[in-house]
Write a protein that binds this ligand. Structure first.
Ligand code: UTP
Length: 408
């Protein structure tokens, strides 16, 4: 690990020596922890703020999907192929639960939120129930890997233990932690959240495979003979996990990955859309779309960019290993970041005051050679919980769960 002199040298080289401002007043352990944080810093990532706003995207054009009528027609074939893969132990599931869920305003990990009305029904429980439905049909369990961050790892793990994994076998559930990324002010200066601690936040959901690898769990995946990983978000309580039809369709297509998509509810809906970028499948985030892309329609009056992603992807493990060390696009996001000011006082800003850095899983689609875009019925598979009320909220998800026969 770095000693003080080396850390100071490194920080000076990068114009960040102010983070040692309170060093002399820290306890020994705090000093060690700060030096460890500095040692782990990725200064190159911070450079991304200079590229903020400048698009590095290639030539974008629309991309079609395998649509619902075709899927219905070939359902049996797809399901049989998918179930075979599951029964042969070739499929694993990855739950992305490392996010901070700030929009929900709930202090605990998002998955521990109770969406029940007359009974307890936690988000994690809902997801496990969805996975168990497939296990019942397949007659076997599917290994589940849960990504957390240092901010919510303990609480998440303890919650599963306390609730006996909601009936899932504990030996088929593994946890791993993602990395953290530093936060900076608008001038690119690192912020301290304590006198002896850099302000950090989880580094986005794009680093999940590297984190899985670093945790040693990739060995478990190899040992079990898992060839496909279904990645899904914590917040969509209606989603199908390890959906045999989706798995079967992707395998039969011969593609390296698959993405579940829904038809956008309105041109302005805040979801990333599927497209082609320089002739390869890709995803454009809603905030990166030009007005023209948002509203353009084809001859049938349908939106040209009509398929929104719902953060449910299938990836071939060997293909992920090939791209694992490739550079990922760093997204710079404005945020309210609590910090310690020059006088050593804690400040909790009301307005955004800086940037955090993250890589996104959706960028992986373009890094792979091919992707099956697979349409699902949104009313049956898409109920994201981002906010407490309004769009994509606890309220809207409850309504959708009830429509789908889930008792609350
Ligand atoms: P969101 O984009 O909704 O981010 O995550 P978030 O941090 O959870 O929520 P807000 O924006 O603060 O309200 C989509 C999915 O990606 C996971 C989340 O847990 C969720 O399942 N995620 C996000 C991670 O696993 N790690 C991250 O660093 C960010």
């Amino acid at each position: 690990m770095l000693d003080f002199t080396k850390a100071e040298e490194l920080l000076k080289k990068n114009g960040q020596e102010h983070v040692l401002r309170f060093f002399d007043s820290l306890e020994e352990e705090e000093q060690r922890n700060l030096l460890r944080q500095i040692d782990n810093l990725d200064f190159e990532m911070l450079e991304a703020i200079h590229r903020k706003g400048s698009s590095t995207r290639g030539e974008i054009s629309p991309l079609g999907a395998v649509e619902i009528p075709e899927i219905e027609e070939r359902k049996e074939e797809f399901v049989e192929e998918g179930l075979n893969a599951i029964r042969e132990g070739k499929v694993g599931a990855i739950l992305l639960a490392g996010g901070m869920g700030t929009r929900l305003g709930f202090e605990q990990p998002k998955g521990t939120f109770d969406i029940g009305k007359t009974r307890h029904l936690y988000i994690f429980e809902c997801l496990i129930n969805n996975l168990l439905e497939v296990c019942d049909v397949a007659g076997c369990y599917i290994p589940l890997y849960i990504m957390t961050s240092e901010k919510n790892h303990e609480a998440t793990y303890e919650f599963f233990e306390e609730h006996n994994y909601f009936g899932y076998p504990a030996e088929d559930v593994h946890f791993f932690m993602q990395d953290m990324a530093p936060a900076v002010d608008y001038n690119g200066k690192l912020l301290l959240e304590e006198k002896g601690r850099l302000a950090t936040s989880p580094n986005g959901n794009g680093g999940w495979f590297i984190s899985l690898h670093k945790s040693g769990l990739l060995d478990d995946i190899h040992a079990r003979g898992v060839e496909w990983l279904n990645i899904f978000a914590v917040d969509n309580v209606l989603q199908k996990i390890a959906d045999p039809a989706f798995i079967g369709a992707t395998i039969l297509s011969g593609k390296e990955s698959g993405s579940k998509v829904v038809r956008k509810a309105s041109p302005q809906e805040r979801v990333g859309v599927m497209c082609q970028e320089d002739g390869k499948p890709s995803i454009v985030e809603y905030y990166e779309m030009t007005d023209e892309m948002v509203t353009q329609r084809d001859a049938d009056g349908e939106l040209l960019y009509r398929f929104g992603v719902i953060l449910n992807y299938l990836f071939r493990v060997d293909c992920l290993e090939e791209i694992m060390l490739n550079h990922m696009n760093v997204h710079v996001v404005e945020k309210k970041i609590p910090y310690v000011n020059e006088e050593g006082e804690k400040v909790k800003p009301e307005e955004p005051n800086g940037y955090k850095f993250e890589t996104l899983i959706l960028d992986m689609i373009h890094m792979l050679k091919s992707n099956l875009v697979y349409e699902v019925v949104r009313e049956k598979e898409f109920a994201p919980i981002k906010n407490l009320h309004g769009v994509d909220s606890v309220d809207s998800a409850r309504e959708l769960l009830e429509t789908n026969g889930v008792e609350l």
